[in-house]
Design a protein around this ligand. Structure first.
Ligand code: SF4
Length: 169
């Protein structure tokens, strides 16, 4: 037995770890972020690569889901057209609370190079965004970093909050 190890049986004691309920709930939530796939254009290829064997999102506890009802975080990857905006909002509304949004790539952030009548100039005009991921297209490593930043953000908040009014429209 290593010298630094405490023998609780001989010492007639029990190991105790004290923490706050907030920390446990946030730790559990942040380590099991299920992502709703929302691939809309070329950025979606990089998002798919994040889930494949080379980058392996599963090891972070982030698993892609095809249903909004099973998802915690929506990753909007690509150009959002005005015709499609209604469906982005509807799927966001179907996700259970608490929920988060990552805007992936310049097109989702600001409309990118498509400053046209048909393109939404930033997905934050439709749904509230927690993390903006710059680039055209951002690489899978940066999406993984965005998820890690989101995890830090979740851990720094209170686990049980008053419901936040997130409706923008
Ligand atoms: S940001 Fe670039 S890579 Fe991503 S959807 Fe727009 S044009 Fe495609």
């Amino acid at each position: 037995m290593a010298q630094y190890e405490i023998n609780h049986i001989n010492n007639n004691s029990v190991p105790i770890a004290l923490t706050k309920l907030d920390n446990i709930l946030n730790w559990a939530t942040s380590n099991s972020l299920w992502a709703m796939t929302y691939g809309l254009a070329c950025c979606a290829i990089e998002m798919m690569a994040s889930g494949a064997s080379r980058y392996d999102f599963d090891r972070f506890g982030t698993i892609f889901r095809a249903s909004p009802r099973q998802s915690d975080v929506m990753i909007v990857a690509g150009t959002v057209t005005k015709k499609h905006a209604e469906f982005v909002r509807r799927l966001y509304d179907q996700m259970p609370e608490p929920k988060w949004v990552i805007s992936m790539g310049s097109c989702a952030n600001t409309g990118g190079m498509f400053n046209t009548y048909a393109t939404v100039q930033g997905v934050d005009r439709i749904i509230p965004v927690d993390i903006y991921l710059p680039g055209c297209a951002p690489r899978p490593e940066t999406l993984q970093y965005a998820v890690m930043v989101l995890r830090q953000k979740i851990r720094s908040k209170k686990a049980i909050n008053e419901p936040i009014k997130k409706r923008l429209i």
